[in-house]
Design a protein around this ligand. Structure first.
Ligand code: SAM
Length: 277
């Protein structure tokens, strides 16, 4: 559902207030994901992985980000795939962010059909209840989506003619925001802080799908090469990644996970390949 102008105005006002006492300019992207960041947490390696998947499908891939918000992740992708485009149904987001709408983002409702076919479609965290899988499945053979474990079933494409090739886990904005708030903006004893910190979660899953295994092998090889490169060389990073390191969401960090949590034990950013290849 498109955001109401009044809600966006209130969010923009809260952001202005937050800036008065914020201790780092990088915190706001995790506390105000709609206006300043994304609902999933990423590092430069995630951008490079998605670009590598796209280039495994085509040398000059058609790339579309559906529900791209104001385009935070899409802008990073466009550094490597300059023709990448986005579809966003809430024109008000640009008003809320005080940004002009770029030409490469179309304002439209993806449920009523996506005009062009793309080599790869990216869906970064869709609100629970919004289901446009049929529209997406008809317009691409490769999908990368991020979803919140347990509440985003409408983002899973198994059963829509797609097979999951690989997955990895990163924190959602909420995981990081909770940690930032406990650490920097709430008064509590060290003891309480450390006991809360042990409850840290990382609920955002990245799923990579190929239609009928068509590109499965190529995608798998591309991701294996990414992993090798991440371990061998410094592939670059964004300034805001300091916050992730600071809050205990490091590359390949293994979180302490309580028995009650449904979260699988896996190291952050570790790629799991679907075994049936
Ligand atoms: C939770 S936000 C995620 C935005 C961005 N991908 C991110 O992760 O920060 C979901 C976005 O999808 C947009 N959206 C929701 N339904 C849509 C639809 N039917 N067609 C296009 N965009 C849609 C919303 O306006 C919103 O910007």
């Amino acid at each position: 559902m498109p955001f109401k102008t009044r809600d966006l105005q209130m969010a923009a006002e809260s952001l202005r207030q937050f800036r008065r006492y914020s201790v780092s300019p990088h915190h706001e992207r995790f506390s105000f994901p709609l206006l300043r960041g994304t609902y999933f947490t990423y590092r430069k390696i995630d951008v490079l992985r998605v670009v590598a998947i796209a280039k495994a499908v085509s040398n000059s891939p058609g790339y579309c980000d559906i529900g791209c918000g104001y385009g935070d992740f899409l802008i990073k992708i466009r550094e490597f795939i300059s023709s990448a485009t986005g579809i966003e149904n809430s024109a008000g987001i640009f008003y809320g962010c005080n940004l002009p709408k770029p030409d490469y983002i179309t304002t439209a409702d993806a449920r009523w059909g996506i005009e062009k076919k793309s080599d790869i479609i990216f869906v970064g965290w869709m609100e629970p209840g919004i289901d446009f899988r049929d529209a997406i499945a008809a317009k691409t053979d490769v999908i990368v989506t991020t979803l919140d474990q347990g509440i985003s079933l409408a983002a899973e494409f198994d059963g829509h003619g797609f097979e999951r090739v690989a997955s990895w886990r990163t924190p959602s904005w909420e995981d990081v925001n909770t940690e930032i708030m406990n650490r920097y903006y709430t008064q509590m004893s060290n003891e309480i802080y450390h006991s809360l910190s042990r409850l840290r979660g990382a609920h955002n899953l990245w799923y990579v799908y190929s239609k009928k295994r068509r590109y499965s092998e190529a995608i798998k090889s591309a991701l294996v090469r990414c992993l090798e490169q991440e371990k061998r060389t410094f592939v670059g990073r964004y300034d805001f990644e300091d916050v992730l390191d600071d809050c205990g969401f490091k590359y390949f960090e293994e979180l302490e996970i309580s028995a009650a949590s449904k979260q699988e034990k896996a190291r952050l950013w570790e790629i799991q390949f679907t075994s049936n290849f």
